[in-house]
Design a protein around this ligand. Structure first.
Ligand code: FAD
Ligand code: NAP
Length: 463
């Protein structure tokens, strides 16, 4: 290898992709120093602020990341936003290589009339709110109406529908914010309707998540047997399927034949139904939907095509859960079609399609907003392999200098790893008092104050 001294890499974003990349670099056998830069005072990305609060076993993957953070050569720069506190161009000068692992910070749109009405929200915002993301705590979700419509048939749609279906007893066992627990437990919501634009065989949700819906204390899953009647192409793909679609279909059949009516809430799963307009004068009052039939496209993929059958579903809140979307970073080539950084196997591409040595990407901003936590491990490995090959080929250069000094000159209040550990310890202490996994700090001020406080400090000022 041609680099003199340790290879110095900045990883922007501390979600799964950033942490897997950091761990792979530090474990590569090369002499490497990794600085992970994160705009929030807290690490783990969507593991802390996306994964559903009632899934603590999934959030426990953070233990893997904690081990990486303890490795020699690792530093954490929390509360530092790339593009605001330091530019990508400055990072490119300071480090031999920069990996962008910033996730997908926005949402896909439906593109239908009424989408902007008050009461119509992206699920991304609802998820961030109940999980305690400090940018989303001022949002006011009106949960007083009887019915909520969730658009989409992915695992995020299932998450938000399930969160709305939980009882107070189920909610208080989670690390959702106090505000979210109070709002959901005290809500007037009695029916959650989830709309899939295609059929049960094409649903994007996975079977354990679908099964869990049938095990809720306070909500009954309702599926109309007519929605499970399949077109011939879906029948063939179901017959050929040996995993998710088949298991999903069996679960849905079970739900369609079960109805006890004793539970307080109804969770209605509908298929081949698309919203065409959100209706209301000052805020959302209803969703106009159309029944779809499925038609195979040139590649044999079944697409929804609207029929003449329309219907209006009154509701007080619409959560649009049709996917996340990556946001461009100033100065870094972006593919606006896909909402990802233009890249080839994790190497950033310039406008002419040439790779830019020293710039890389990983995770959702590299491949788009799909895949589970583990998917980012393989994805990061491809990027790290490319980076190390470029280092070996002598393609990586830096001008030297230290990020710490630059941020110090700018008066940026960095939360280092010990600062995060102080937040973590205090959240767990507060949680222990209430028999909960943690009580999250969800305001910027609280987070920064807790970061400045040694772990185990007195419990004099709970959030
Ligand atoms: P992220 O996790 O989004 O991390 C990106 C990080 O970059 C964030 O911390 C962000 O603050 C930071 N950042 C952004 N911009 C900047 C900037 N300019 N400067 C500095 N930092 C920046 N997978 C599962 O396996 N199980 C689940 O139960 C599960 N549940 C999910 C629930 C939801 C609601 C969602 C949306 C996803 C879920 N996933 C789940 C998928 C999983 O969370 C993703 O695959 C994974 O988080 C993507 O990792 P990432 O590192 O690319 O992005
Ligand atoms: P997703 O899996 O891509 O699902 C998006 C859903 O939105 C699909 O059902 C899609 O339908 C639908 N959709 C897209 N555009 C639409 C439109 N215009 N009108 C109506 N419906 C539309 O995305 P996600 O749910 O945001 O999840 C992101 C990733 O995180 C996924 O890989 C998911 O598995 C993962 N995740 C995992 C878990 C877990 O493991 N428990 C939890 C949450 C998230 P079509 O299929 O017809 O396009």
């Amino acid at each position: 290898m041609h680099v003199v001294g340790p290879l110095r890499v900045a990883v922007v974003g501390s979600g799964p992709a950033g942490f897997y990349a950091a761990g792979q670099l530090l474990g590569s056998g090369f002499r490497v120093e990794v600085d992970v830069i994160e705009r929030l005072p807290t690490p783990w990305g969507l593991v802390r602020l996306g994964v559903a609060p009632d899934h603590p076993e999934i959030k426990a993957v953070s233990r893997v990341f904690e081990k990486i953070a303890r490795a020699s050569g690792f530093r954490f720069f929390g509360n530092v936003e790339v593009g605001r506190d330091v530019s990508p161009a400055e990072l490119a000068l300071l480090y031999d290589a920069v990996i962008f692992a910033v996730g997908a910070q926005s949402d896909r749109r439906l593109g239908i009339p009424g989408e902007e009405l008050p009461g119509s929200w992206p699920a991304t915002a609802f998820v961030a709110w109940y999980n305690g993301h400090p940018d989303f705590q001022e949002l006011d979700f009106d949960l007083s109406g009887e019915r909520v419509v969730v658009v989409g048939n992915g695992n995020v749609a299932v998450d938000v529908a399930r969160m709305l279906s939980l009882s107070r007893e189920e909610l208080v066992r989670t690390d959702a914010t106090e505000a979210a627990i109070e709002a959901i437990a005290g809500a007037g919501v009695r029916e959650i309707v989830m709309l899939g634009r295609r059929g049960p065989v094409q649903a994007a949700f996975t079977s354990p998540e679908l099964r869990e819906l049938g095990e809720l204390g306070e909500a009954e899953v309702i599926v109309d047997p007519a929605d499970l009647e399949l077109d011939p192409v879906s029948e063939v793909s179901l017959a050929e399927d040996r995993s998710t679609a088949r298991r999903n279909y069996e679960l849905l059949r079970g739900y369609s034949s079960r109805r006890d009516g004793a539970k307080r809430k109804r969770l209605v799963l509908r298929f081949c139904t698309s919203p065409v307009a959100l209706l209301g004068s000052a805020r959302v009052e209803a969703v106009e939907v159309v029944r779809n039939r499925l038609v195979a496209d040139a590649r044999g993929e079944l697409r929804p095509v609207a029929t003449a059958l329309r219907e209006t579903i009154p509701c007080g809140l619409v959560l649009r859960s049709v996917g996340y979307r990556g946001v461009s970073i100033d100065g870094i080539p972006f593919d606006p079609e896909r909402g990802v950084i233009a890249n080839l196997g994790g190497r950033v591409l310039d406008g002419g399609g040439q790779t830019v040595p020293g710039l890389y990407c990983a995770g959702w901003i590299k491949r788009g907003p799909s895949g589970v936590i583990g998917t980012n491990k393989k994805d990061a490995a491809e990027t790290v392999e490319a980076l190390l090959a470029d280092a070996d080929a002598g393609l990586l250069r830096s001008e030297g200098g230290d990020l710490d000094a630059l941020l110090g000159q700018r008066g940026v209040s960095v939360v280092n790893y010990a600062g995060w550990e102080a937040i973590d310890a205090r959240e767990r202490e507060l949680g222990a008092l209430l028999g909960r996994p943690r009580v999250k700090f969800a305001r910027w001020q609280e987070l920064l104050e807790a970061a400045g406080r040694p772990a185990g400090a007195g419990l004099d000022s709970p959030p």
